[in-house]
Design a binder for this molecule. Structure first.
Ligand SMILES: *Cc1c(COP(=O)(O)O)cnc(C)c1O
Length: 495
């Protein structure tokens, strides 16, 4: 424990509600006295648009407001404050230069109604980004329109349905392995198909024989997550694609975790017909920030006519948005998608280049395997084989001392570190899923591993210490069930 570098401890800023800072008459501005006559608001605006005074509205100075929100911000842990190894989420550091580019006035102040002729730069960026993603995924055409990964899945499955409908039978079922992301069966059902589950084999992968046994002319296709939610590469994907195609089905690949394969393997080359990308994981937009995302979808040539409108195209007059596509599944979002996210992805891809993209993948995979190798023996490893960008352990060793995955996660906070993903994927009991990403260096990864090992030792020597953690946070264990069921969202003035 002595060597572990604690990056945060002992400086916890206390902060009450902003209402407690309120003093009657305090203001956050000072302006010179107006030298023109004042017009009351109700003479300028209709009654219905004016609100009543808000009771107990806080009255604070500028410094009160700034301190209040700055202090609160220190209670939040983000990827800019430290290592954030949340498996499946790719919480990596994204270079700030991409944010700056997305705020360039020419981009930020563009308007979707300004017309193609005044939007040539914007359209060119979208056109080229689609081409780059097509190259990375091995796909013929890419739409940038979907706003998220799950939205991309629904777009992709709607395209698969449109293809089958045109062939005369939409079909009724879709195969979804149990190692697929939870959004996959949900998407399948939303697209009007019955999901049929396949259990993973002892290597944590989808068994081609199981697919073969289920595959018939009523199956529209398969939805594979690759790498799957165990962080493992679906090693039989080529064989699975052959089986699905032999009965006229299509292969959807959930590529949300592309930072484990991009630049090294291309889904299009492996027999995939439709895939989505999560720009807000792999491609330079922070994930989990609650802001906009983008889940572009790539398709093989025969599915290109079904892509949502508008598509970004190019002719002799320049770039344009094409709404005239009779076979399209239609429009799936306002205008053409979340453009700010596209700018960041474009800049990131251009700044790394092909070699940099492949290097990011290799570093992400190397980092995860390094963690796997060093923690093996300290934590139970349900699938002991080379992983991709994340590794999955469980609490099976610690449970002998009554220490659970949740306890381990809470204890990590005493070391000033963010816990990994807990209890996901569901197919591993009490999973602990760690995803370091390519953006961490060896020192920070070693530090995390040392803390995890220290906790494994504590679980043996002093289980109560771990079970009662965290000890050094502002609040210790919260009643999470109560907080979710009965959230208290309104401030009430104390009597
Ligand atoms: C994150 C993720 C999704 C869902 O993406 P959202 O943008 O959150 O909708 C789908 N599949 C996998 C494998 C993911 O990791």
């Amino acid at each position: 424990m002595a060597n572990i570098r604690k990056e945060m401890e002992g400086l916890v800023l206390e902060e009450k509600l902003i209402f407690d800072r309120s003093r009657p008459g305090k203001k956050a501005y000072s302006l010179p006295k107006s030298d023109v006559p004042e017009t009351p608001l109700n003479e300028m605006l209709p009654e219905g648009l004016l609100r009543d005074t808000i009771q107990d509205f806080p009255e604070v100075s500028e410094v009160d407001a700034v301190r209040h929100f700055t202090r609160l911000s220190t209670w939040n842990y983000g990827v800019d404050s430290g290592f954030y190894p949340l498996g499946s989420c790719t919480m990596k550091y994204n270079p700030k230069v991409n944010e700056n580019m997305s705020r360039l006035p020419g981009f930020a102040q563009t308007h979707p109604y300004q017309g193609d002729d005044l939007s040539q730069g914007v359209l060119r960026l979208m056109f080229e980004l689609s081409e780059y993603l097509g190259e990375i995924g091995g796909m013929h055409s890419v739409t940038l329109a979907p706003a998220a990964g799950a939205h991309g899945e629904l777009t992709g499955m709607s395209i698969i349905r449109a293809h089958h409908e045109r062939a005369g039978n939409p079909r009724s079922k879709v195969i979804v392995p149990d190692s697929a992301h939870g959004t996959n069966p949900a998407t399948t059902a939303t697209a009007g198909y019955a999901p049929i589950e396949i259990k993973s084999n002892e290597r944590g992968c989808t068994d081609p024989r199981a697919v073969e046994a289920l595959m018939d002319e009523q199956v529209a296709g398969i939805m594979l997550t690759n790498p799957n939610t165990l962080g493992l590469f679906e090693e039989n994907i080529v064989e699975i694609a052959r089986i699905v195609h032999s009965k006229g089905g299509l292969v959807y690949c959930d590529g949300a975790n592309l930072n484990a394969v991009m630049g090294v393997a291309r889904f299009g080359d492996l027999g995939v017909d439709v895939m989505h990308f999560n720009l807000h994981k792999t491609f330079a937009t922070p994930h989990g920030g609650g802001g906009p995302g983008a889940g572009p979808v790539g398709v093989v040539e025969k599915l290109a006519p079904f892509l949502p409108i508008p598509t970004v195209e190019k002719n002799d007059n320049g770039y344009y948005l094409n709404y005239d596509r009779p076979l399209s599944i239609g429009q799936i979002i306002g205008f053409a998608g979340n453009f700010g996210v596209m700018i960041k992805a474009y800049c990131w891809i251009r700044s790394l280049g092909p070699d940099g993209i492949a290097a990011a993948t290799k570093n992400a995979v190397l980092n995860a395997n390094y963690i796997l190798a060093r923690l093996k023996g300290h934590y139970h490893l349900p699938f002991d084989r080379v992983c991709k960008h994340e590794c999955v352990f469980s609490d099976a060793y610690q449970l002998k001392h009554g220490v659970t995955t949740m306890d381990i996660a809470k204890r990590l906070m005493d070391y000033g570190m963010h816990p990994p993903t807990n209890y996901f994927p569901l197919i591993v009991k009490d999973a602990i899923m760690i995803e370091p990403t390519e953006s961490e260096d060896k020192a920070s990864i070693d530090n995390y591993i040392d803390a995890m090992i220290a906790i494994a030792n504590e679980a043996q020597a002093d289980p109560d210490l771990v079970k009662s953690a965290p000890h050094k946070t502002k609040l210790s264990r919260l009643d999470e069930v109560q907080a979710a069921r009965k959230p208290v969202l309104r401030w009430k003035k104390e009597d």
